[in-house]
Structures are given as structure tokens and as C-alpha cells.
Design a protein around this ligand. Structure first.
Ligand SMILES: C[S@@+](CC[C@H](N)C(=O)[O-])C[C@H]1O[C@@H](n2cnc3c(N)ncnc32)[C@H](O)[C@@H]1O
Length: 303
């Protein structure tokens, strides 16, 4: 539970070792079940995103999932009938970890889970089973502009971030965003400012977030496939935690959540199965001139 720790290995083992009710915010971006592997030729970074029951869940996991909540197992069975073994194994694998994430959250805590259309609808049902559907506070759309377009459907340019609180007494700080006006007149009761794009006022932030995706030539980009922008994770951390709170990312990849948490004065624990995660995270913290020590804990070899 020491601040600034990276656990390298399968996050299920580490999640199980964390005390209940101990984490204020989980902001995480697991594999999405894209049925392919992600790999960066230049630095060997990457991960597998295809799933099987035998390899990824095993008999013990099946027993836990069946016993947890009837609705959880029903969602997994529905996915098996509708989509096949790969999707149901993915949901079984993720479901085991989501059960632990729910357990470790503090009563005032929240989970922000990044997902996309590949499995998002099923993952929403898993979370409804674990947290309760009334605890789903937002289905946030992260809207981005990247290259690539199709002539056969509308360009697919959003991800989904599901926001669940553990209880009804959760930490939430409303955020504000610029809302542009066609003209500045007739708003005598509110403050109107001007910038290069025109007149605006600050309005309550909505659940569609237009934040540019990372381009390879940006200073922040480290060449990790699926690396997410700091701005996205900073927004989540500001809204759902206070300075000094403990933030967890069990699928940290290049360490975006840790860097964002450090910049905002939060404590953090992160996990990844990739053996390059520690070096990459240290490199990113240094690049931000954040002169801090990161503790590395490795999983004990099996058996
Ligand atoms: C979508 S990426 C996260 C990218 C991250 N948000 C970033 O900005 O760099 C998902 C990560 O989950 C990790 N992962 C997959 N299975 C895991 C497991 N069982 N335990 C821990 N990490 C795992 C992968 O190695 C990969 O880095």
C-alpha cells in the first residue's frame, strides 16, 4: 500500500492482496477484447488481447464467478451464446478482476473503466451486476479525431468510460467547460469571456469529452500502443478524488494514470503484466521533471 508502487505481474494476485475499502479511485483501461495482439516494433511494448477459458480463467475462477452473483454468471453465459467462447472468456477474466476492484474501493470511491464498442455493452452489464445498476453515474464518451475512415459506416471515433461509485456517498467535484455563444449579448447575468474561438461562458461539464488522441510526434507520446492522453486521466482524477487520496490503475500500460496522479498530488499504485512497465513509467516521470522514487514489486514465480 506504499505510495508510488508499481506491481509487475498478473494484477489479480496483487488486487487480492490489497485491503478492502482502501482505494479512493480506480481509473483504468484494460484490454478491450480486440481479438488481436498489440505490439510496438521499436521498443517491444505490447500485450495480448484474445481470450480463452482454459488459459485465462481456469476452474477456480469459474467457481468464484458462479458464486459471486447470479446476474454476473448470466451475463457471461449470454455472451457465450451470442458471441462465442472468446467473448465469454474475456468477460470471465475481466469479471474476476472487477469483483476485486469493487472490494478494494473505499465507500466514497469510484471506478472509471475505459472500454470500447468491442465488448462495452457486455462490460456494462457485468458492472451493473457487481456494483448495482443505480451506481452507474455516467457513460462518458471520449471523442477523438484520428486518421482512418470507412465508406461502409460512420467513422468510429469514440471510446466509452463507465463511471460507477461504490455507494451513494461518493466523492465528486463537478467540472466546468467552455460553452461557446453565437453572440455576447443578452447574458447580463453571467460572465462572458472571449478567446480565439469566440465568446464563451463556463458551463457544467457534459459526458461527451472532446480531447485529442495522442499523435506519435507529441512530447507526451512514448510509443506504447493504446497510450491514453494525460488530459483524459487528469480530468477523471480531479473529478473523483482529493489531493493525497490513493489512486489505483491495475492495467497501467505506459503509466498514464500514475503520471497524472503524481502531477495532481495524489498517491498512486499501478500494476501491469508487461515487464517493461517500470522502466517506461520512470522515463515518463523523469520527462515530466517529477523527481520521485518508484517502488517495484514483482510477482513471485508460479509454484
Ligand atoms: C490498453 S493497455 C493500457 C494503456 C494505458 N492506459 C496507457 O495509457 O498506456 C492495457 C494494459 O493491460 C495490461 N494487462 C493485460 N493483462 C493484464 C493482467 N492480467 N495484469 C496486469 N496487466 C495486464 C497490458 O500489458 C496493457 O499494458
Amino acid at each position: 500500500m506504499k505510495n508510488r508502487t508499481l506491481f509487475q505481474g498478473d494484477n489479480l494476485r496483487f488486487l487480492r492482496a490489497l485491503p478492502s475499502d482502501s482505494i479512493q479511485l480506480i481509473a483504468t483501461d484494460p484490454p478491450f477484447n480486440k481479438r488481436r495482439d498489440f505490439f510496438a516494433a521499436e521498443n517491444g511494448a505490447g500485450f495480448r488481447d484474445r481470450w480463452s477459458w482454459e488459459r485465462d480463467v481456469a476452474a477456480e475462477g469459474v467457481d468464484i464467478l458462479r458464486a459471486a452473483h447470479p446476474a454476473l454468471w448470466a451475463v457471461i453465459e449470454a455472451a457465450r451464446l451470442g458471441q462465442g467462447e472468446g467473448m465469454s472468456a474475456y468477460l470471465g477474466w475481466l469479471g474476476l478482476r472487477l469483483l476485486e476492484m469493487h472490494r478494494v474501493l473505499h465507500p466514497t470511491g469510484s471506478l472509471f473503466l475505459h472500454i470500447d464498442r468491442s465488448a462495452g455493452a457486455y462490460v456494462k452489464l457485468l458492472l451493473d451486476a457487481i456494483f448495482g445498476p443505480e451506481r452507474c453515474r455516467n457513460e462518458i464518451v471520449w471523442l477523438y479525431k484520428t486518421g482512418g475512415a470507412s465508406k461502409r459506416w460512420f467513422s468510429r471515433k469514440h471510446d466509452i468510460i463507465l463511471f460507477y461509485s461504490k455507494t451513494d456517498a461518493y466523492t465528486f467535484h463537478p467540472q466546468r467547460e467552455k460553452s461557446y455563444l453565437a453572440h455576447r449579448y443578452g447574458f447580463s447575468n453571467i460572465e462572458v469571456e472571449q478567446d480565439a474561438d469566440g465568446y464563451y461562458r463556463l458551463a457544467a461539464m457534459r459526458d461527451v469529452w472532446d480531447i485529442p488522441a495522442l499523435r506519435g510526434n507529441q512530447a507526451e507520446a512514448v510509443g506504447y500502443p493504446t497510450q491514453k492522453p494525460l488530459a483524459l486521466y487528469e480530468r477523471i482524477i480531479r473529478a473523483a478524488s482529493n489531493p493525497g487520496d490513493l489512486v489505483l490503475d491495475p492495467f497501467c500500460g505506459s503509466g498514464t494514470t500514475a503520471v497524472a496522479a503524481e502531477r495532481l498530488g495524489r498517491r498512486w499504485l499501478v500494476m501491469d503484466i508487461w515487464d517493461g512497465a517500470f522502466a517506461m513509467l520512470r522515463q515518463r516521470l523523469e520527462a515530466q521533471r517529477l523527481d520521485v522514487n518508484v517502488r517495484l514489486l514483482r510477482d513471485a514465480p508460479a509454484g
